[in-house]
Design a binder for this molecule. Structure first.
Ligand code: NAX
Ligand code: ADP
Ligand code: MG
Length: 279
């Protein structure tokens, strides 16, 4: 297993002067019931702060006011309005589905609709409730689209999706299921692992228990989407690894002076941290 090092941050590049928002990725984030609105707000805000050019959040209408007061840079669509959701999915480079989406009938039909509309060249980050739904629903497993799929389960979500009990989640066992899924798997835990098709397994040696607050993974999905939208054209696997490294490296820096590091603290440091890499 290969250790990620800070060298990966060279993926973050100085921006060419002659460029515009259309050059930095169109991200769509799908999730957030009324109960779990915060999850998709953090994902959306993280994508904006990580530099995504255009970000649209498809969520429950109850979250609209909170979304616009937190991050007015983001656009909004009602996640049950399939026609409008499909029109924004059409132009996306990276799509996040699942943070705070819930697992009821509405959530299931939202994921089905996303799966039916994703295109092969798009990055689809499947997280949280969407992973749980996929684990439960055969019809959803059959509908997995042809796209660049990145699953971001924590160990319990991976147990549900892969059938491998947490204690048995070895590199060999995880690799077998990842190959069956024919997708990238980011197995989140203390020292997260990345399983990508045809690549050596990568291990994230940074991050720590000061990151164990709800919303930390939701935030990661937005950073990944922002990085895929901007940097995947150099090398998608490196762009993904750089997103993971950035998330935990910011946490480590903040943890020097903080007992816990909140997901929103990480979002607040993204711009400065990324600037430091291109000086
Ligand atoms: N502010 C919000 O709106 C939040 C919404 N959330 C959303 O809530 C939904 C349910 O997700 P949850 O993850 O809370 O619930 P899950 O039921 O999927 O999993 C959580 C349980 O898994 C166990 N677990 C074992 N290994 C773990 C590991 N390495 N990392 C994390 N948990 C591990 C924990 O004991 C925990 O009780 C998702 O859609 C998620 O996005 C959560 O992210 C929490 C914050
Ligand atoms: N002890 C820890 N050491 C390193 N990273 C951690 C630790 N606890 C949590 N994290 C990181 O925080 C994130 C948690 O993701 P997740 O459980 O999906 O959160 P949520 O769904 O609440 O947003 C992952 O990136 C995980 O690696
Ligand atoms: Mg999560």
């Amino acid at each position: 297993m290969k250790n990620l090092t800070k060298e990966i941050l060279t993926v973050i590049k100085k921006r060419p002067a002659n460029s515009h928002k259309g050059n930095y990725g169109r991200v769509v984030t799908v999730g957030g019931t009324q109960q779990y609105g915060g999850a998709i707000l953090m994902s959306t805000s993280a994508a904006v702060h990580a530099g995504a050019g255009l970000v649209t959040c498809a969520t429950a209408p109850e979250n609209l006011t909170a979304l616009h007061s937190l991050v007015p840079e983001a656009m909004f669509v009602d996640f049950t309005d399939e026609k409008t959701v499909n029109s924004v999915l059409l132009g996306a480079n990276a799509i996040v589905v699942g943070p705070g989406l819930g697992t009821d009938k509405t959530s299931l039909s939202i994921v089905k609709n996303v799966f039916a509309n994703v295109k092969p060249e798009q990055y689809l980050i499947i997280d949280g409730s969407a992973i749980t739904l996929l684990s439960q629903e055969n019809s959803l497993q059959e509908a997995l689209p042809n796209a660049h799929i990145i699953f971001t389960p924590h160990e319990m979500e991976w147990q549900r999706l892969s059938g491998i009990k947490i204690a048995k989640q070895t590199e060999e066992n995880n690799r077998q299921i990842q190959e069956k899924l024919n997708a990238t798997v980011v197995l989140k835990k203390h020292h997260t692992e990345i399983y990508a098709p045809g690549a050596e397994t990568v291990h994230l040696p940074i991050g720590g228990p000061y990151m164990s607050t709800g919303g930390m993974g939701d935030t990661l999905t937005g950073i990944i989407a922002g990085f895929m939208g901007q940097f995947a054209n150099q090398d998608p696997q490196k762009a993904l690894a750089a997103a993971l490294y950035t998330h935990s490296a910011i946490a480590d820096e903040l943890a020097e002076n903080s007992y816990v590091v909140l997901p929103t603290d990480i979002i607040g440091q993204l711009q400065e941290f990324m600037k430091k890499q291109v000086r």
